[in-house]
Write a protein that binds this ligand. Sequence first.
Ligand code: T46
Length: 136
Amino acid sequence: MLNCSLIRLKVICSEQGSLTPIEGTRDIPFEIKRVYYIYGVPDDAVRGFHAHRRLHQVLICLHGSFKVECEFGDEREVYELNSPEYGLYVGPYVWRVMFDFKDDPIVLVLASDYYDESDYIRDYNLFREEVKKLFG
Ligand code: T46
């Protein structure tokens, strides 16, 4: 899907375990200005229900698993994140809903900008309107 894709991250393995380095603009398509993580999520929680106007993010499931439904234009796709070896790139104007959290997931998120509530579109109808104006 345009504006949403899985990225295979580098993994450096040794007998002592694995290490994944992530460098902004090299391993992911933007400079990292903010990092946050989501944890302690009940299995039946459903999060998200928003899109961003400018923000680029990569979501990485460090432990456990969860699913994300992404909508961009007329496309909709469900991604399952269950490995720290993959990141889900989510660009601007992607409506996302996160669900099916399993096994006490820890979700690391790398973001291209500081937290700014005015960048969020939390109303689905407004999201559709803005998408229609911008992308037809
Ligand atoms: C996203 C998904 C993957 C802050 O104060 N600073 C922050 O950096 C963030 C990310 C959130 N907040 C506040 C805003 C809300 O009052 O924390 C509260 C929970 O945020 P939200 O309801 O947006 O959480 P999610 O899990 O629905 O969404 C978050 C990110 O906000 C969002 O950008 O893509 O994780």
